[in-house]
Design a protein around this ligand. Structure first.
Ligand SMILES: Cc1ncc(COP(=O)(O)O)c(C=O)c1O
Length: 441
């Protein structure tokens, strides 16, 4: 199996991209960027953790409160009908954005909840819920759940816990020496016992793009369900879940210009309809008696209780903004900035890129992890902050990957559509002063 780009991603530099003038126009939509931090212009390079939101997103949420606020799928009055229409329109917009049918998108609080939803649904099936339709989700000792050595904890711990609850065995695909996924090993680990193959599209630490189509095909070839963590891809590249051939995917609104408190689970409709619910309560039932309940089809069977309506509308506005800007051109711009960071950082004495070197022939996004020899990443982060540069430090919820890299923590710069070449240069300037500031020779 080739160790190359995912089918929907291309190598840096070969793709159309935003122009610097467009990026300047985009920045005007993000007033938060126009401020000074510690006496320096803010350089926000932490979008891998949480992105900024354009004005249109919070205006859309506010407009909902000003004109149609009420509970969805419940009332017969005009405002409730209007709220329901806008909520369901938001679902259709987000579904189109990721190449899904509208019944295939379930609203969740974030990607973490979406991934837990799958794990708990399988767990409930294993405990007997869901009738004969749910047989195919039941796990037993001897079954295997496989993830990878580069997962965010959100796509790791739910599977460890599911294995512990059901007696299944948890395994993982190792990384090669350069921290890319070992696809040859994957082909020997994933086999007839595998029931679930969970993997990230893009590593939140390394910015590496995995070959989704190949991994989904591998899962399918052994009859396993594929679960894609799309947290770091949905914001940054064109996506077509149906075309990629995956069964499930998860992503978070706050990483793609949307509000916090909203994310989504994608699942193929015939799977979602057969899976037992995870949360129980109002709005997800067809009929209830004192000792029994029947559930609606997907997506409502997974949306118990009052929903995150203004957040869903905000997220739909965010993805419309991204679509209008052009996902391919956003991806191209971020790859350009990523390359500039990689090249610049690798030229600085005492600075090491973690993962594949700057000139490695791998597919990546605009996320770059690095180490400054002799300086703890938390000190690096604080020094950069004193220069107005916001980056993430720590293990980025990927502790096993950091152990593999031989470090307990790292510094990560992650670019988005509103970052400029000047932002990258400000990062490089600040990093070049770190060692002198801490007196490291
Ligand atoms: C790859 C990846 N998966 C999952 C998550 C979890 O996202 P959330 O905290 O929004 O649920 C993140 C967030 O950093 C991530 O980067």
């Amino acid at each position: 199996m080739p160790n190359t780009a995912a089918s929907n991603s291309v190598q840096a530099g070969q793709q159309e991209r935003l122009s610097p003038a467009e990026v300047e126009r985009i920045r005007a939509d993000f007033p938060i960027l126009d401020q000074e931090i510690n006496g320096h212009p803010l350089v926000y390079l932490d979008s891998g953790a949480t992105s900024q939101t354009p004005e249109c997103v919070w205006e859309a949420s506010q407009h909902f409160y000003e004109t149609a606020n009420s509970a969805v799928h419940r009332g017969a009055h005009t405002l409730a009908v209007e709220a329901t229409d806008r909520f369901e329109d938001a679902r259709s917009t987000v579904a189109r954005f990721v190449g899904a049918g509208e019944r295939e998108i379930v609203w969740t609080s974030n990607a973490t909840e979406a991934l837990n939803l799958i794990a708990y649904s399988f767990s409930n099936a294993t405990a007997g819920a869901g009738g004969p339709e749910a047989d195919r989700f039941r796990l037993a000792p001897g079954d295997e759940i496989v993830a990878t050595g580069m997962e965010h904890h959100a796509n790791l711990i739910p599977w460890q816990e599911l294995a512990a609850r059901t007696g299944a065995t948890f395994r993982w695909i190792p990384l090669r020496e350069d921290a890319t996924l070992d696809l040859e090993a994957a082909a020997s680990i994933v086999g007839p016992r595998t029931r679930i193959l969970a993997f990230t599209h893009v590593s939140n630490v390394l910015g590496l793009v995995n070959d989704v189509a190949a991994l989904a095909a591998l899962a399918r070839s052994v009859g396993a369900y594929s679960v894609l963590d799309a947290c770091q891809s949905a914001p940054h590249m064109p996506l077509d879940f149906a075309g990629l051939g995956i069964d499930f995917a998860a992503f978070s609104g706050h990483k793609m210009l949307g509000p916090t408190g909203i994310g989504a689970l994608y699942g193929r409709a015939e799977l979602l309809d057969a899976m037992p619910p995870f949360l129980f309560g109002g709005s997800m039932i067809t009929t209830v008696s004192l000792d029994h309940a029947e559930f609606l089809p997907a997506p409502q069977r997974f949306e118990a209780g009052t929903q995150r309506i203004s957040q869903a509308i905000g997220l739909a506005t965010a993805v419309s903004y991204l679509s209008e800007t052009g996902m391919g051109r956003i991806e191209g711009w971020e790859q350009h900035l990523g390359k500039r960071m990689l090249n610049g950082l690798s030229e600085l004495p005492g600075v090491r890129i973690l993962g594949p070197s700057a000139d490695a022939d791998v597919s990546r996004t605009g996320t770059v992890p690095f180490a400054v020899d002799g300086v703890h990443p938390h000190d690096v982060g604080q020094f950069l902050d004193s220069r107005g540069v916001a980056v993430r430090v720590g293990h980025h919820c990927a502790e096993p990957l950091h152990k593999f890299l031989g470090v307990s923590a790292s510094t990560r710069a992650s670019a988005y559509l509103y970052n400029t070449e000047a932002d990258v240069d400000a990062l490089l300037n600040a990093v070049s002063d770190v060692r002198a500031f801490f007196g490291v020779k």
